[in-house]
Design a protein around this ligand. Structure first.
Ligand SMILES: CC(C)(COP(=O)(O)OP(=O)(O)OC[C@H]1O[C@@H](n2cnc3c(N)ncnc32)[C@H](O)[C@@H]1OP(=O)(O)O)[C@@H](O)C(=O)NCCC(=O)NCCS
Length: 176
């Protein structure tokens, strides 16, 4: 049986399956549980989703990643930026590279869109492998500032801004 992983843009027809996947992925975690599924719905309703991808194996949706529009200012200028959240992999498919493939594919789409920066709040042993840096994030004032807040320049050769402000999409502020 072929187990090849396919990654494609999520469509409106995937909404139910994606919602169930997010709930299942976060059920056993300390994170927002149902809050993450609700967050995705709010971001999409607000028109703030920049990249939404699903991973499929044998016709089943086994992973999802969302990047949403952020309001970011760096060294006094507005910059196009995307927040990574949430990323969800079906519990029985975790640790098989699905999350890695989704995040890498999403970052590539953001680059094609001309997005300059991405931010994430998460495990500091997972996201640095994609280029996210806690050190770069400390240069930005944000509601989410702290040890798990990370930032990356999507062009790895780009100079780091000296400082700025990073605000997530309004839906994050409406989370219960
Ligand atoms: C975190 C998550 C997206 C990673 O996706 P994945 O497909 O399981 O991970 P990959 O196979 O691509 O990468 C494996 C690496 O992720 C790490 N990892 C796997 N599951 C993890 C988990 N539940 N929490 C933290 N790290 C995890 C492993 O330690 C492994 O690291 P290594 O390469 O150093 O051994 C996925 O496990 C998941 O959906 N978890 C539940 C929801 C969640 O916590 N989302 C992220 C919120 S910040």
């Amino acid at each position: 049986m072929s187990e090849e992983l396919g990654i494609r843009a999520a469509t409106a027809a995937d909404a139910k399956a994606v919602d169930a996947l997010i709930r299942a992925a976060f059920a056993g975690t300390d994170f927002g549980h149902q809050g993450e599924a609700e967050l995705v719905r709010m971001i999409e309703a607000d028109g703030d989703a920049l990249v939404s991808l699903v991973a499929e194996r044998c016709g089943d949706i086994v992973g999802h990643v969302l990047f949403s529009r952020m309001d970011v200012e760096a060294d006094g200028d507005a910059v196009a930026a995307a927040g990574l959240a949430p990323v969800s992999v079906a519990p029985d498919r975790q640790g098989q590279g699905v999350g890695t493939a989704l995040i890498r594919a999403g970052l590539d789409v953001l680059r094609e869109q001309g997005v300059a920066m991405s931010f994430v709040l998460g495990h500091d042993d997972y996201y640095p492998r994609f280029g996210y840096s806690p050190r770069l994030a400390t240069r930005f004032v944000s509601h989410f500032s702290g040890p798990h807040f990370m930032a990356m320049m999507l062009d790895s050769a780009a100079e780091w801004p000296q400082g700025g402000r990073a605000d997530y999409a309004p839906a994050f502020g409406r989370l219960g």
